[in-house]
Design a protein around this ligand. Structure first.
Ligand SMILES: [Ca+2]
Ligand SMILES: [Ca+2]
Length: 203
């Protein structure tokens, strides 16, 4: 069933169809069967166990388009849905602060490995460790977004390498997930393909 058919069935006629969202994303559910889609993009699978780590690759090669990812739907969505992170090339932004009204917050855990992060690492919701995308306050000309410095940049090779870091994200809906960006290049070395893994943290 094509995406547009799905949307019409959902009673969303009149909205713009986005037929290429599925083609923009691949993911691996860790079952060893290679990358595969687990559910149609933009649909809510309420039975899914989101605490099982999954790896996602987004074709964010466009210089002008943003691709909106929703953790609850495990896929790319239209801006009418409660997206949590958006991607454009190396840029990663939250649906919060200066970049959205979804109140998405994050905690950056530098030097902490994805596998080592548990629910015990999640600060209370009112803790000052929770930050969101903000205006440029340090005067470097770049907005102070949570993911502004997720990579190290080699000026000689122009290669971006993810810093060893795990980021907690509190979604629009209030779910807390851990996220690690693991790559920025596809299998042929082409840039603009952020690859990240994530899992829900359940207390
Ligand atoms: Ca969401
Ligand atoms: Ca700044």
């Amino acid at each position: 069933m094509r995406r547009c058919d799905l949307w019409m069935l959902m009673g969303l006629m009149g909205m713009a169809c986005v037929p290429d969202l599925r083609d923009r994303l691949t993911r691996d559910d860790g079952d060893g069967a290679g990358e595969e889609d687990l559910a149609p993009e933009g649909e809510l699978d309420t039975g899914a166990d989101l605490s099982i780590p999954q790896e996602v690759v987004i074709d964010a090669t466009s210089e002008t388009d943003w691709w909106l990812y929703d953790f609850e739907r495990q896929g790319l969505v239209d801006e009418s849905l409660p997206w949590d992170l958006r991607f454009q090339r190396y840029r990663v932004e939250l649906n919060g602060g200066i970049n959205g009204d979804g109140d998405v917050y994050a905690v950056v855990l530098d030097g902490i490995l994805f596998d080592d992060v548990t629910a015990d690492d999640v600060p209370p919701s009112a803790d000052a460790a929770w930050i969101t995308d903000a205006e440029d306050a340090d005067g470097d000309g770049d907005a102070d977004t949570v993911f502004v410095d997720w990579f190290d940049y080699d000026p000689t090779t122009h290669i971006l390498t993810p810093k060893p870091r795990t980021t907690l994200i509190r979604t629009v809906e209030g779910m807390v997930v851990k996220v690690e960006i693991v790559d920025y290049y596809d299998g042929t070395g082409t840039s603009g393909y952020p690859r990240f893994r994530w899992a829900e943290l359940i207390e």
